[in-house]
Write a protein that binds this ligand. Structure first.
Ligand code: ZN
Ligand code: ZN
Length: 281
């Protein structure tokens, strides 16, 4: 960290949801960088409860969000995080939290986006009119309530979501109101995914932050720019029994955020014949 190009830099972090609690210590320890919170309206770039649709993909939005904070504070260095919840890209029957964190540095023209895919999430919802008390309580237990907050909104039609609910009486009251407001008499009860009321998500953001710090602490061997790290993989790991190429990663590719330099590191070991197209077609 002695020669960190970010030492002494004060970056702005665009957040309304306390993400500085996850990111500030990591950036200070790993890069010598401090954070100033830019309280910009990040909800304008999309909300989990659907009032505002995200205008682009998550990796685009995270950079846009960092720029929003930079514009508001005049800081040349900005950070932001953005989460996407849904089926796991490789294990579609499981829910995943994909968290992106970005650093934009206009002093050097550097944009670095890091990503982590985590199965650690309480993402989920149920449709209920609130009268089936055991079902409501079972859902609340499953999402870690009241340590994690929940959201209630009408199942159909307009109607603002009630967010950040952490008391049972509030949840039941919101379910009554929302189902009365809904054409079909039902409400949607879901986990509140905003970081400041979802400690599970805050931990995943910290994991993404650690990866970002590691990448920013790594200089490109070719051009010296910070931000060198994993960019992908190439398949073809040989089968343990017959040596045929499998779809498993054979090469891990690292790349630079500024220049075209790439390095390829072979994966050690062999693939299980169960995943071999010749042994187990
Ligand atoms: Zn084989
Ligand atoms: Zn480079």
């Amino acid at each position: 960290m002695e020669d960190s190009p970010f030492r002494g830099v004060v970056a702005c972090l665009a957040t309304m949801h306390g993400k500085q609690w996850a990111l500030r210590p990591l950036l200070r320890r790993g890069l010598g960088m401090s954070l100033r919170v830019a309280r910009v309206d990040t909800d304008a770039l999309g909300t989990f409860t659907g009032e505002v649709r995200r205008p682009g993909s998550a990796p685009e939005t995270v950079v846009r969000k960092a720029r929003l904070g930079m514009a508001a504070t005049g800081s040349p260095v900005g950070l932001a995080s953005e989460g996407a919840f849904g089926p796991h890209p490789a294990v579609p029957w499981m829910s995943a939290d994909v968290e992106y964190v970005a650093l934009v540095d206009d002093r050097s023209g550097l944009t670095v986006v890091e990503r982590v895919v985590s199965l650690e999430t309480n993402h989920g919802q149920v449709v209920t009119d609130g009268r089936d008390r055991p079902a409501v309580l079972a859902f609340l237990r499953r999402v870690g309530f009241p340590h994690h907050a929940v959201v209630v909104q009408p199942a159909t039609g307009p109607g603002r979501p009630d967010k950040g609910l952490r008391r049972l009486a509030d949840v039941l009251g919101a379910l009554r109101r929302a189902s009365a407001d809904s054409a079909d008499g039902n409400a949607v009860l879901g986990a509140d995914l905003r970081a400041h009321v979802n400690p599970t998500r805050m931990r995943v953001i910290a994991t993404a932050g650690r990866l970002l710090v590691r990448r920013l602490a790594t200089a490109c061997p070719a051009c010296g720019a910070p931000g060198f790290g994993p960019v992908g993989a190439e398949g073809g790991l040989p089968c343990r029994d017959c040596g045929a190429a499998t779809r498993h990663d054979a090469l891990l590719v690292s790349g630079c955020a500024r220049c075209a330099y790439r390095s390829r590191r072979p994966v050690t070991g062999r693939a299980d014949p169960a995943s071999c197209p010749r042994c187990n077609p």
